[in-house]
Design a protein. Structure first.
Length: 248
């Protein structure tokens, strides 16, 4: 993926990693179209950043994904990168059936959202020059956190989809890149004051540097995520899972 000169559609760009990536891509000479549900945040971000446009979209709603994707394709026909960022992470207690509503919401946003987005963009992006699909999984896709089983599972699914989509899209002109964050200080779960998580700015700077240095990479792995990503290979998965379980 080239690091500049793109037009990027980034649903989930109003906070956390999504907003940070949107602002850094815009600063590097890309046009970025962020999407989100809260108009006040969309207005705030576009007012503060040249090169960022916005649309309202609800990635938990299939009709919203379909309709807004058509609008973006018509307004910004040069769009060549799709980067679905929207995601939710919630604790679950699976010792009773009360976790179901949370689990269904997580699956709808984290898994069905990116699948529906790609379905809405596949015909538009395939064959386009310098096209890319950038997916976002998690270190917990590889070493799960007991407190968030459905979140972990959706991110494992995103990893599997990324690998399978990459194989199917070989020769189509669409590069598939998987971003794999560790715990980062965002509004997910413990929030920006979680001392055990990676500072957001530090994560964003390392990720942008890796995207620039590794334009053909399949996965973007900051150093902090590698123990989780390679825990099974390194024979440390069970120990890390127990450590993670004990830290919450």
């Amino acid at each position: 993926m080239r690091i500049t000169g793109n037009t990027i559609f980034l649903p989930g760009g109003t906070s956390g990693i999504g907003r940070g990536l949107a602002e850094r891509f815009a600063a590097r000479g890309n046009r970025v179209v962020i999407g989100g549900r809260r108009q006040e945040l969309l207005d705030e971000i576009t007012a503060a950043n040249d090169g960022i446009e916005s649309v309202r979209i609800d990635v938990s709603d299939a009709a919203s994904i379909r309709d807004v994707s058509v609008q973006v394709q018509e307004r910004f026909p040069e769009t060549n990168v799709l980067l679905p960022m929207a995601g939710i992470m919630r604790p679950e207690d699976v010792t009773t059936g009360g976790f179901l509503d949370a689990a269904e919401s997580i699956i709808t946003t984290n898994l069905l959202g990116p699948v529906r987005l790609w379905a809405a963009w596949a015909d538009f992006l395939i064959g386009k020059q310098d096209a890319a699909l950038v997916t976002v999984s998690s270190g917990l896709a590889f070493t799960p956190l007991a407190l968030t089983p459905t979140y972990d599972a959706t991110k494992s699914a995103i990893h599997a989809l990324s690998d399978a989509w990459r194989l199917q899209l070989a020769g189509s002109g669409v590069q598939v890149i998987e971003i794999v964050p560790p715990a980062v200080r965002t509004d997910l779960m413990r929030g920006p004051n979680d001392e055990r998580a990676m500072p957001l700015d530090e994560y964003l700077e390392e990720t942008m540097r890796l995207l620039e240095q590794q334009p053909d990479a399949h996965e973007i792995l900051v150093e902090r995520v590698k123990p989780l990503r390679f825990s099974e290979r390194d024979g440390k998965r069970d120990d890390l899972m127990q450590l993670l379980a004990g830290s919450h």
